[in-house]
Design a binder for this molecule. Structure first.
Ligand code: NAD
Length: 476
């Protein structure tokens, strides 16, 4: 049993009624447990964040930047422990756990720099009218609730925490109940840096804890990453008090492969887009659109690459893909395999759970999937790829855009003018051209349509935690 809630600068035991079991998904066995925070403890965390706000927002931008640099440095110092915990609790292969940690470190370093630039953004506004002066002030939004999922725990939290603290907000973070230990590192780092009590609070728990936070009337904003169904509940609770909300939701993204591609290179990009994190990525490119002229060469090689992918326990084997992170996710993906059989889909590889302990499934490829299939339109959140052929560029764009989601897409073509043209026509928040899904802190993250509201990362990620004020003075 671990002491797992960080409230007002102190570690406290949960007083809620839910016991949270923390599992090793490669074994399907728990290795730790903790009691969820009670609703009263959520309230204490929001109260602590409110009490800490006046002093924190009065700190200079360079003081806040120094704390953020401290987070980056201390994450790096805890490197091995954080990588091992992600492998054990999330089932991530070592190299992916390393990428996540480096992403979190880069995020804190980047927002430290942006914080230092803040004073120069508070400036005089040139006015056409005579007799007045005006200046801009970027102020922190206030007390912010941050609710995050389990698939990239270090990263999704860093994308919210770092810009919120940089802007001068105080926060209450609610990690996912599937991965409640990883983000505790942020509390331990806050402790060792001497971050003022209440600036960062962490409460763990399930839906009830998340709902207590998102319904709390002491928040000025809520930033949520997770499923569409919970996202819409969070938005409903934000609407009661008309407070702003950022939503990073699901996806059903396309990877478009034109027939001028190098086949082996395209296979590498396709495999990465559906098997990283065992496909449990909001940005998984789970709809493959392949042009007629290359399909017959590409599909057998893709099939072989997925068949040969090394799947296993990241803690004991050298693997390219680990298990699914939770039993619930494993059952959900198995449900889609059953649906595929009922729909009579053509399975080229996989389509089954692995016959071993833990929550493993095979990397899976269905070909010639009709648009009417549930597997073509619904987010599966597993290593399950559905393929369709297309003839023309216009057809590829239309099929890629024919989705209620609009998070990301990948375009693969040797004709760069065409790749750029297609990228411009796709209704999504981020497009990769001839690349794996490299994410840089300077660029934005977020979706169109059902994939969410707002953007994280880059200067947009900081703006999400700022309120713009103008002071206009009559000079007469
Ligand atoms: P989820 O919506 O089930 O849970 C997300 C968080 O919300 C968890 O902390 C959970 O405890 C909490 N929660 C649950 N019920 C709640 C309620 N009623 N009120 C408030 N909070 C509540 O999502 P998940 O299964 O953890 O994550 C998978 C989903 O997240 C996928 O749909 C994926 O696409 C999405 N996701 C999106 C992005 C993005 O950047 N767009 C990134 C990662 C994951």
């Amino acid at each position: 049993m671990t002491t797992s809630h960080y409230i007002a600068g102190r570690w406290v035991e949960g007083q809620g009624s839910d016991c949270i079991r923390v599992n090793d998904p490669a074994l399907g066995q728990p290795f730790a447990e903790l009691m969820a925070a009670s609703i009263a403890q959520v309230d204490q965390a929001v109260t602590a964040a409110r009490a800490a706000l006046p002093a924190w927002k009065a700190t200079s931008a360079s003081e806040r930047a120094a704390y953020l640099r401290g987070f980056a440095e201390q994450l790096d110092q805890r490197r091995e422990a954080l990588i091992t915990l992600q492998m054990r609790n999330s089932g991530k292969p070592r190299h992916e756990a390393e990428i996540d940690l480096d992403d979190a470190i880069a995020t804190f370093s980047y927002y430290a720099e942006l914080a230092e630039q803040l004073p120069s953004k508070n400036r005089e506004v040139p006015l056409a009218a005579a007799g007045f002066s005006a200046r801009t002030r970027l102020e922190p939004v206030g007390v912010v609730g941050l609710i995050v999922p389990w698939n990239f725990p270090l990263v999704t939290s860093a994308w919210k925490l770092a810009p919120a603290l940089a802007a001068g907000c105080t926060v209450v973070l609610k990690p996912s109940e599937i991965t409640p230990l990883i983000e505790q590192a942020y509390g331990h780092i806050a402790d060792s840096l001497g971050l003022p009590a209440g600036v960062l609070n962490i409460v763990n728990g399930k839906a009830e804890t998340g709902a207590a936070l998102s319904n709390h009337n002491g928040l000025d904003k809520l930033s949520f990453t997770g499923s569409n169904s919970v996202g819409s509940q969070v938005m409903r609770s934000a609407s009661v008090q008309c407070r702003p909300v950022t939503l990073e939701l699901g996806g059903k993204s396309a990877i478009v492969v034109f027939d001028d591609c190098d086949v082996d290179q395209a296979v590498e990009w396709i495999v990465a887009g559906i098997t990283w994190n065992a496909g449990q990525m909001c940005s998984a490119t789970s709809r493959l659109l392949v042009q007629d002229g290359i399909a017959d060469a590409l599909l057998p090689r893709l099939q072989a690459a997925l068949e040969n992918l090394r799947v296993g326990n990241p803690l004991t084997e050298e693997v390219a893909m680990g298990p699914l992170t939770s039993q619930a996710q494993w059952l959900k993906v198995a449900g889609y395999f059953a649906t595929a059989r009922e729909e009579g889909l053509q399975c080229l590889v996989g389509g089954r759970a692995l016959d071993r302990d833990g929550w493993f499934v095979s990397p899976t490829l269905y070909a010639e999937v009709p648009k009417s299939s549930r597997l073509w339109s619904e987010e599966i959140f597993g290593p399950v790829l559905c393929a369709r052929r297309f003839a023309t560029e216009e057809q590829a764009i239309a099929e890629a855009n024919d989705s209620r989601f609009g998070l990301v897409a990948t375009v693969c073509s040797a004709d760069l003018a065409r790749a750029e043209r297609v990228a411009d026509a796709l209704e999504v928040g981020h497009v990769w051209i001839n690349s794996v899904q490299a994410v840089f802190v300077e660029t934005s993250w977020g979706g169109t349509k059902g994939s969410g509201i707002g953007r994280e990362l880059g200067p947009w990620g900081l703006s999400a935690y700022q309120s713009v004020k103008h002071v206009t003075r009559c000079l007469g």
